[in-house]
Design a binder for this molecule. Sequence first.
Ligand SMILES: Cc1ncc(COP(=O)(O)O)c(C=O)c1O
Length: 219
Amino acid sequence: MEEKYDHSTPKFGSQQMRDTFRLSDAYVMLNHGSYGFPPQPVLNKRNQLLEEQESHPFTWFRTNLMDYYMESVKIAANLINGDVEDTFILSNVTEGTNCILKSVMLKERENGEILMNTHSYEAVQNMLSEMETTYGTKTRCVEIRFPISDEQDVVDLYARQLDLYPNIKIAVIDHITSPTALKLPVEKIVEVCRERNVLTLIDGAHAPGQLDLDMKKIK
Ligand SMILES: Cc1ncc(COP(=O)(O)O)c(C=O)c1O
């Protein structure tokens, strides 16, 4: 049976929020970034859909699945102020990053360079070094060192690397860096990339829910 959900913002405070999750009272969770877990209403919905899939497989795949998918895409697009036709749901960020980098670089191969930064996620760094072996691409890196006094400093560092290495085809920009929790000025970095005809891939693994996202503003 369809369960009705309360979509209002939950009350703030450790106990109220904690009660929304299944966490054991004895468990202190400090790394939601690596091993995130959904709140109870999401689990309930997931279980309900799984039940529906298992009990009516043919109807599920042939009739309902695309409608459910599109319903979710519309909600996701609205959350990030993106166009519905430009929004896709993938299993995780690693899959999305792989799809984009490998399809963009397929044609470039030996001449293609990819820009990351020193705070980029380790799995992304591993992917780039794997692509150096299998695709023959080259990885360039923006070194972001502390202390950082102004966000323009970071934008300037990107501009400097892009000017130094004109073969850079695409830049991977973390919206919030994983090891250091830096919020990068993605709008301005995208701008300096566009001015140089360089594509951008924003790794937004930690952004939805933490930042008000506006894909149309970021362009
Ligand atoms: C910046 C960043 N990118 C990518 C990922 C990988 O995300 P996923 O586990 O959804 O593939 C993470 C995971 O923590 C991350 O912090």
